[in-house]
Design a binder for this molecule. Structure first.
Ligand code: SME
Length: 158
C-alpha cells in the first residue's frame, strides 16, 4: 500500500467530512456535501453517490444524493449489480475493471472501475457509498481506507 497517499488523503479529507457531519442541516444535505467534497478532491472519482436501504420496499436500495451524470438505476434490488451485492455481503467491493464483472449494472459506458462501501449501524446494513471512475485500476487501498472511515463516521447519521 502507498502509505503517503493514505495519510495525505485521510489527513486532508477526514476533518472536512467531520465538519460536514457536525453541521446543523438535514441528512440529505450532509450526504450531498460529502459527494461534492469527494468528487472535487479525489482524483478519478467521476460519479459519487449514496444508495440507501428503502424504508418502504424491503430488500431494495434507493438512490440518494449524488454528484455526476444521472443514472437510470434509481432503485436496485438487493443482490443485483455491485451495489445490490454489497447490500447483502456488508463488505466493501472493489472492481478495478467493471467489464470483467458478471453481476454488474452499467450506468454509463465511460465507467471503468468502481468501489462500493457499506454503511452499517449496529451491524445492520443502512446505506452505501458508490464511486465510479472512468479509469481502470484507479481504486487504491488509500481511497478504500478513506471511504471505509467515512462510512464509519456516517453510521450515526442513519
Ligand atoms: N454500477 C452499479 C450501479 C449503480 S451506478 O454505478 C450509479 C452496480 O453494478 O450496482
Amino acid at each position: 500500500m502507498d502509505n503517503t497517499e493514505s495519510i495525505t488523503l485521510k489527513d486532508t479529507l477526514l476533518p472536512r467530512v467531520e465538519a460536514i457531519v457536525s453541521r446543523d442541516v438535514t441528512q440529505s444535505e450532509k450526504l450531498f456535501a460529502i459527494c461534492e467534497l469527494l468528487a472535487d478532491e479525489v482524483e478519478h472519482f467521476d460519479w459519487v453517490g449514496f444508495y440507501i436501504a428503502d424504508k418502504e420496499v424491503p430488500n431494495q436500495l434507493v438512490l440518494g444524493p449524488f454528484v455526476g451524470p444521472p443514472t437510470n438505476h434509481t432503485t436496485i434490488p438487493y443482490g443485483k449489480g455491485i451495489c445490490g451485492q454489497v447490500a447483502l455481503s456488508h463488505s466493501t467491493y472493489v472492481s478495478q475493471d467493471v467489464h470483467a464483472e458478471e453481476n454488474y449494472l452499467s450506468c454509463s459506458p465511460s465507467v471503468q472501475s468502481e468501489i462500493v462501501v457499506p454503511i452499517l449501524k449496529n451491524g445492520n446494513f443502512v446505506a452505501q457509498i458508490d464511486i465510479d471512475s472512468n479509469i481502470k485500476h484507479s481504486i487504491s487501498d488509500a481511497k478504500k481506507e478513506l471511504l471505509e472511515e467515512i462510512c464509519t463516521l456516517l453510521s450515526n447519521e442513519f
